[in-house]
Ligand binder design. Structure first.
Ligand code: G3H
Ligand code: 13P
Ligand code: ZN
Length: 327
């Protein structure tokens, strides 16, 4: 039995198989704190959707790598107990390293109980990306851990993930890459990007579904991953701005386009920004309305509720991952 199995996590293999066959995508949500984690796990339990819990380098720096793992294990135990109480099926949980950028980081994650890792060599020259990804795959597979590679560069500015320009994924290169590396899934660049400002005002906010189709033709039935897929809900932007925040012309990915991607070969869709936005907008609103409030439970609790609703809606309306056990 592998280490992550002892903890109760699963890798992505069977989930992606089912997602590919059933025309839906598995949600991959980032967490950095308890309230985000609770919202994600409860939303997914209540919609009966599997979920990929993502830990970034930024999250490890913020919350501590050891604590994050114990939090994920605690969330798993909580989920199982509540599932029993509510007569629901316990949902599959994947613990995934998001944007691992070195072999050592991936190795450490694998040895501490992660069931899935991303090795992001997308900023490296092609041959170096292949060499690094291949090395991580060879190591990870010995421990039953699945590996996500990345080809093509997403634009966007995040604390630990930076690029000013995007380079779309080349379909022929994608075929060569998966053959040479042995990765289990591939993150591609088709116009999504990290952060809240994904499209310049005046530019049609569209991702390249035509390119996705070409890639799918080159590597049929191979699990594709979309990063940078927050939709930046405009009601949350409004709530944020109405409470004194400043967020101008924030534009996300069209949910209809995401739905269509999820129906085809996209098996994993990454969302972090929407969680940050919805949570912060609600906290701003509450603190703005009650200047005397100083109990964190009174603003983080409602923010957690708002987050949970947002994740539930995404599972049902965008990813189609709800009702997993009937699919
Ligand atoms: O794709 C990147 C994620 O949104 C993580 O960002 O490194 O600031 O936690 P972070
Ligand atoms: P967003 O910034 O669009 O939420 O993307 C998150 C992501 O790709 C995490 O890896
Ligand atoms: Zn990402």
């Amino acid at each position: 039995m592998y280490l992550y199995q002892k903890f109760g996590f699963v890798n992505t293999k069977d989930l992606f198989k089912k997602a590919m066959k059933g025309g839906f995508a598995i949600p991959a949500y980032n967490f950095n704190n308890m309230e985000q984690l609770q919202a994600i796990v409860m939303a997914c339990l209540e919609t009966q959707s599997p979920v990929i819990l993502q830990v970034s380098r930024g999250a490890r720096d913020y919350a501590d790598k050891t604590l994050l793992i114990h939090m994920a294990q605690g969330a798993l135990d909580m989920m199982k107990r509540i599932a029993k109480e509510k007569k629901l099926k316990p949902i599959p949980l994947v613990l995934h390293l998001d944007h691992g950028d070195t072999f050592e980081l991936c190795k450490e994650a694998i040895q501490s109980g992660f069931s899935s890792v991303m090795i992001d060599g997308s900023a490296l020259p092609y041959k170096a990306n292949i060499a690094l990804t291949k090395r991580v795959v060879a190591y990870a597979h010995k421990f039953g851990v699945t590996v996500e590679g990345e080809l093509g560069v997403l634009a966007g500015v995040e604390e630990k993930v930076h690029s000013d320009v995007s380079h779309y994924t080349d379909p022929a290169q994608a075929k060569d890459f998966i053959k040479k590396t042995g990765v289990d899934s591939l993150a591609i660049s088709i116009g999504t990007s990290h952060g809240a400002y994904k499209f310049k005002p005046g530019v049609k906010p569209e991702i390249r579904l035509d390119l996705l189709r070409k890639i799918a033709e080159m590597i049929p039935n191979f699990p594709i991953v979309l990063h940078g897929s927050s939709s930046v809900p405009q009601n949350a932007v409004k709530e944020f701005n109405n409470a004194g925040g400043v967020m101008q012309q924030a534009i996300g990915i069209d949910e209809k386009q995401l739905r269509s991607a999820a129906r085809s070969v996209v098996c994993k869709i990454n969302v972090d920004t929407d969680g940050r936005l919805v949570m912060t907008a609600r906290v701003r609103k509450i603190l703005n309305e009650d200047k005397k409030m100083f109990d964190p439970r009174k603003y983080l609790g409602p923010a957690r509720d708002a987050l949970k609703e947002m994740y539930k809606r995404k599972n049902i309306e965008v990813f189609g991952s709800n009702g997993y056990f009937r699919k």
